[in-house]
Write a protein that binds this ligand. Structure first.
Ligand SMILES: Nc1ncnc2c1ncn2[C@@H]1O[C@H](COP(=O)(O)OP(=O)(O)O)[C@@H](O)[C@H]1O
Ligand SMILES: N[C@@H](CCC(=O)OP(=O)(O)O)C(=O)O
Length: 266
């Protein structure tokens, strides 16, 4: 067992953790997430939450069963879902006396030195005030066309960019699966969970398959890309099951859960 010493922590939750397949909010998971992150702040840790779910929650709000293919429709859903999501976070975090702030990002904002500096200043000040920044892609603005470099595309990589930009010690990525397996466990019953990964190369990517649910986006590939960014910055990432988000405490106490991505020398 290895206790993980991390002072500044980024936690990423996917749509599949926050919502049920029928599009309704998983209130139990959200409540446990808010309780756990508030507990960490009480322990004097600095916590950032990267939360997906805007489009999924928007779908649920409108009672739609499928994600529309047209970008403007998805952007409208994100606008609807993001406010609902933040309302629920606000309510649940308030129960634990925890304040939150919203940061919506586009890729170009992190590329331009001035806007990047402004964003990083905002993070630092929120953390100093013991407020949890809640980050999502600014879906209503981000488009991937006409050479506008605005879109991150997925929150797995966004969370790694945030974690490395604010010099976080650890990225905890919560998903709908226990960790990274040697092959897609939804397809292969004999897939084995890999506890530690020290290097990410082409062979590692061959083990990764696509998304698990219709609301998820990147599947394992985007999580590995995120992990690679983290290893390149010589930081650590844990991929674990977000079904019960209080798993965060167990992870930090050194229980061998999920997959730990860490460079060998650490
Ligand atoms: N090697 C693998 N190990 C674990 N999961 C895998 C692997 N290859 C593909 N997957 C799929 O990736 C899914 C997680 O990604 P995704 O659906 O995007 O979740 P999230 O909404 O949490 O971001 C898993 O549920 C699984 O179906
Ligand atoms: N920005 C989008 C999330 C995109 C995304 O990466 O979703 P997920 O695979 O559930 O982490 C939203 O809030 O719906």
């Amino acid at each position: 067992m290895r206790r993980i010493e991390a002072q500044r922590i980024v936690v990423k939750v996917g749509t599949s953790t926050l919502t049920y397949p029928n599009g309704k909010l998983n209130l139990q998971a959200i409540d446990q997430l808010c309780y756990s992150l508030s507990g960490l702040v009480n322990e004097n840790k600095e916590v950032v939450l990267v939360s997906s779910g805007a489009i999924g929650v928007g779908l649920g709000q409108l009672g739609m069963k499928e994600r529309p293919s047209a970008i403007p429709e998805q952007q409208a859903l994100a606008a609807i879902g993001q406010t609902q999501l933040m309302t629920v976070y606000q309510q649940r975090f308030a129960v634990y006396g925890q304040k939150i702030g919203q940061i919506l990002l586009t890729h170009d904002v992190m590329d331009y030195p001035t806007s990047r500096e402004n964003v990083l200043n905002t993070f630092e000040n929120l953390l100093r005030l013991k407020v949890i920044p809640i980050v999502n892609e600014n879906d209503t603005v981000a488009v991937d066309e006409l050479d506008h470099h605005t879109k991150f595309g997925d929150n797995d990589q966004l969370s790694a960019i945030v974690a490395t930009s604010i010099d976080a010690d650890l990225l905890i990525m919560l998903s709908d699966i226990d960790g990274f397996y040697d092959k897609n466990p939804r397809k292969f019953a004999d897939a084995k969970l890999l506890h530690t990964i020290n290097e990410i190369n082409a062979k590692t990517f061959e083990k990764a398959g696509g998304r698990g649910t219709k609301f998820g986006t990147g599947g394992m590939t985007t999580k590995l890309k995120a992990a690679k960014r983290i290893l390149d910055a010589n930081k650590a990432m844990i991929l674990a099951n977000g079904e019960n988000p209080s798993i965060i405490f167990k992870i930090l106490n050194g229980e061998q859960l999920g997959t730990l991505f860490i460079n060998k020398d650490d």
